[in-house]
Each structure stands twice: as C-alpha cells, then as structure tokens.
Design a protein around this ligand. Structure first.
Ligand code: ZN
Length: 214
C-alpha cells in the first residue's frame, strides 16, 4: 500500500523508495512507491505530473496492483526524489476547489451535487433535485454566492473521522474528498459559470476560472 502523502502535506518535493518498476501490457512503464506526493487520478480530478528521479511522471492511476505512476523510462529500485509540477498542481487544486464551491452553492438552491469533473477545459458539477420545487438556477445566482465566499477569504477546514476525510472552507457544506485543494477561498477569484443546463433529470453546471484556460 502506497502512503498518500499529499493528503497531509502540500510539499512538492520529497524522498521515497521505488518498490517495483514494471513494463505493462500496453508497453508503458509503471512504478510503485512506498509513499507518494503525486495526487492519484480520481474523484473527477486529474493526477499530478512531475518527476521521479530523472523519469517524467505522465499520469498516476489506481489499479489492482495499487497506485501506479506511469513514467517515460525505467527506474532502479531504491531511494529516489519525487518532484511534483507545482503549476499543474495549483491549477488542478483551484479547478477542483471551485467545483466544491459550485456544488455547495447549488445545494442552497434545492439541488444535491452528485459528482464533478475538474479536467482543465471541461469542468462541471452535476446535481439532481433535492427539493421538488427546485428551479434551474441562473448562472449569475451561482456566481454571486460563490463570489461572496471568495470575498470572505475562508480558510480550508479538513476533518478526519475514522478515516473519512471531509474538506471545506469556513462554514460551507463539507464533502468527503481525497483531492487537493487551495488553502483559502481567495485563491479562487474569477470563477466563471459558463452554462447551467437541465437534461434527463440532471443539472449540469459548466465552469472555468477566468485567469486560466481551464
Ligand atoms: Zn475536494
């Protein structure tokens, strides 16, 4: 079992040990570490990228074998330095955290947020009706609420109860989450709701951050 250190630290560099390095069926090279700083793809958030020693980390996924780092060359077993691309991490953390705020915003409007995708360029939050009388929210109404939370500069709040990690900022509704997040809502300035659609019983809120291409 690889220890997921990014759940406890925002460090971008650390030491780890390569336990396995194998060539997979499709020809890609997979590395298993004793511990990792690389966010594992999941929960709608893409994985981190960066370097393990000299090898470029292209993607990090969960498989039957555990947490597998897909890299561009083989690595010797033993101690190694991990280095996460901090620019990509920051972008992913911001887009993902913005999804939390949008989910919490629609929950105040009679909707229940069920899932999200925070891939740059295609961010969205999906919800279903929580109250029968709920109406499809205006883009501006969601933005107003989210902007108010950003204006309040709320600090992150992480709780861990019997292994269930929940994340939020201030008193905003908390969600169970294993992703990476911004420390303060003021880092989310510029959330732009692009569209709100209701189709086949699902509310789809598409969004991006104004200062990125995400
Ligand atoms: Zn999260």
């Amino acid at each position: 079992m690889t220890t997921l250190e990014y759940l406890k630290t925002d460090a971008m560099k650390s030491e780890a040990t390569v336990l396995e390095c194998v060539t997979l069926e499709d020809g890609s090279i997979g590395v298993i570490l004793d511990r990792t700083l690389f966010h594992v793809q999941g929960g709608g958030q893409p994985s981190d990228v960066g370097y393990i020693g000299e090898a470029r980390v292209l993607k990090v996924v969960r498989s039957e074998a555990g947490v597998v780092h897909l890299v561009d060359r083989t690595i010797d077993l033993g101690p190694v330095t991990l280095s996460v691309d901090s620019g990509i991490r920051q972008l992913h953390s911001r887009l993902h955290s913005a999804g939390h705020l949008i989910g919490a915003a629609i929950e105040t409007m009679g909707w229940h947020a069920t899932k999200g995708s925070h891939q740059p360029g295609q961010c969205r939050v999906i919800g279903v009706k929580d109250k029968e009388e709920a109406v499809v929210p205006e883009k501006e109404a969601i933005e107003r609420l989210v902007d108010a939370w950003i204006e309040e500069a709320l600090e992150i709040r992480v709780t861990d109860t019997n292994g269930l990690r929940t994340v939020t900022w201030g008193d905003i509704k908390a969600y169970p989450c294993g992703g990476t997040h911004v420390q303060n809502t003021r880092e989310l300035t510029g959330i732009k709701v692009e569209s709100v659609k209701f189709k086949k019983g699902e509310l789809r809120v598409a969004y991006q951050l104004a200062d990125t291409n995400g």
